[in-house]
Design a protein around this ligand. Structure first.
Ligand SMILES: [Zn+2]
Length: 77
């Protein structure tokens, strides 16, 4: 019984804290990854023909829509 009380008083809260920290770390790492993806380097384009939105990473002043091939200028961010 002594061992059980030591376990519940010290080890169990410590284990729960580790689990909580691990879950928080996973949550924030996933959230920051999700935020970084749309903010990837490149210009944002919206096709004037079909409305398709895409990111071109080559930094050209204009590019062709990957869906319909129309030429588009970058949107100001
Ligand atoms: Zn298009």
């Amino acid at each position: 019984m002594i061992d059980l009380s030591i376990y519940t008083v010290f080890l169990l809260p410590a284990g729960l804290n580790l689990v909580v920290i691990l879950l928080l770390w996973l949550y924030y790492s996933n959230r920051t990854e999700g935020l970084e993806k749309p903010v990837a380097e490149g210009r944002l384009y919206r096709c004037s023909q079909c409305g398709y939105v895409y990111i071109e990473t080559f930094g050209r002043p204009g590019t062709e829509c990957p869906r319909c091939g129309a030429y588009n200028d970058a949107i100001k961010r």
